[in-house]
Design a protein around this ligand. Sequence first.
Ligand code: GLN
Length: 292
Amino acid sequence: MTPAPPPKQWTVRELLAWTIQHFKDKGNGEAKLDAELLLAHVLGCDRPYLFVRFDELPTDAERARFRELITRRLAGWPVAYLVGARGFYMLNFEVDSAVLIPRSDTETLVLEALKLLKPLTAPDVLDLGTGSGCIAISIAHQKKEARVTATDLSPDALAVAKRNAAKHGVANRVTFAQGDLFAAVPAGSTFDLIASNPPYIAQGEFAALAPDVRDHEPRLALDGGPDGLAFYRRIATAAGTFLKPGGSLLLEIGYTQEAAVRALLGERPEFEAGPTLKDMGGRPRVVTAKKR
Ligand code: GLN
């Protein structure tokens, strides 16, 4: 009787090549990135280090864990939730399914906020619906003396955001407050800049959303009411009260919402319209206004 062949020893290189092909066969448009992020997570290293570990032989336990993550990814779980993190702007943010996964589109808002805050000394900033905290924490991290208030309706989201603030060394300058938009903000406080990436998906659009988003990201962070504009209406009505004269309002929008959101702000005499900023794909992404 011939002995059974020894089980194949897979190198990092082989595991990656196999997984990338497998993801591609299943129609995953981010096959390479997803495979690398998952394997780096299992091996406990940052993605670039995979390439110096190409000839290593992961243990049976590591391969079993990797297989399990591949299965969950193919079942629709976003990679960011599987590995518990997502890079945004300059920092890596912890995420779980209580928070929207930070999008690179939102970096447009952060860049504009930092530009507007640059000439100000110790500015006060408000982030409504902070989620993972990616906007509030990126601003506090880059503008060293900014004092940021970050609100969210979800206590679970705030727990994630607080851990991110501590991890990035800005917990002493970011105040977290639980509540519905401005209800969480102390009456009488005013800000140099108010930013928000509110939920903006219209209820009728959910069926057509990518399943990764629709079935896994928090509905609370996405659902903008029947026409997707519910939060912009409420923010437009109240933001003037919380802005200092000359203060800025920056609202991330869905790329079809520019005219509607500009019109909502245009109805308010306290605001002077600013430019709409585009994301890296060239689509309208951030509507801006200034308090007169
Ligand atoms: N940009 C997100 C998406 O398209 C939506 C984010 C939001 O509703 N604020 O999935």
